[in-house]
Design a binder for this molecule. Structure first.
Ligand SMILES: Cc1cc2nc3c(=O)[nH]c(=O)nc-3n(C[C@H](O)[C@H](O)[C@H](O)COP(=O)(O)O)c2cc1C
Length: 226
């Protein structure tokens, strides 16, 4: 077995980290961010995820320095197209979205032509997003995986150079945490875990978040991906 490959290795440190990790609110992500060498290492770790068929159905867009201003201008313009009467202050806020962290990395889910289901290709992109967060944290940086409205906006998608089979799985904001995050509510495992036996009632968790009775708008047409 190669020393470079780990199938299992007892690590209290990793487990402790996984049991305590938290995202950092964008309000508290500051300079410095990872430098280019650190970004490359983070991306190397991020791209080491399960991926049915070795399709690598994802790619990265890295925003640092002025690129954050350029994408901000695209977002602000897309917002004005959508809301022509938007207040100038709101447009400034939109233009500054990517200035909330020193580095932002977009993980793009790209559906490859394959026998493997689209769903699985998308899941693999989700795994990349989380690996990216973990690798950024292990490099000493805070992170936050978000999408926000502009991830689904056609003007923004086109300006970035995305095609129909490309979808933004996440924007990962990375920087130095200015303060320690507070704990966030976590699911009670007893509500979502079934040690399965035939005919057992499954523990499926709570479908109605905050009492909402309708399905969320996905803004996402899976059919369009095929
Ligand atoms: C796909 C995806 C998209 C998200 N988009 C947003 C978003 O647009 N805005 C937001 O405030 N949080 C968003 N979140 C949630 C943040 O990542 C959140 O801060 C995080 O889940 C906090 O949990 P943690 O501390 O366990 O990481 C998103 C999460 C996921 C998985």
């Amino acid at each position: 077995m190669s020393d470079n490959i780990i199938a299992a290795r007892s690590s209290g440190e990793v487990l402790d980290y996984l049991l305590k990790r938290r995202s950092v609110s964008l309000k508290y992500l500051r300079d410095p961010g990872p430098d280019t060498q650190q970004i490359n290492l983070i991306l190397k770790a991020a791209s080491r995820v399960p991926d049915h068929g070795k399709l690598f159905p994802w790619y990265f867009l890295v925003f640092q320095g002025k690129a954050r201003v350029d994408i901000g201008n695209i977002i602000a313009k897309a917002y004005k197209d959508r809301e022509p009467d938007a207040a100038p202050a709101k447009l400034i806020l939109e233009a500054e979205r990517f200035l909330r962290a020193p580095v932002v990395i977009a993980v793009i889910s790209r559906i490859r032509k394959s026998r493997n289901p689209v769903w699985e290709q998308i899941l693999s992109a989700g795994a990349v997003c989380q690996n990216l967060c973990l690798a950024a944290n292990a490099s000493g940086f805070g992170s936050n995986w978000i999408t926000e409205w502009y991830a689904y906006n056609e003007t923004v998608r086109q300006a970035l150079g995305l095609e129909t089979q490309d979808h933004i799985a996440g924007f990962i904001f990375i920087g130095t945490p200015a303060q320690q995050p507070e704990e966030r509510i976590r699911p009670d495992l007893a509500d979502i875990t079934t040690f399965w036996t035939p005919d057992i009632d499954l523990k499926k968790g709570n479908d109605n978040e905050h009492g909402k009775q309708s399905w969320p708008e996905t803004g996402f047409d899976f059919q369009k991906l095929l």
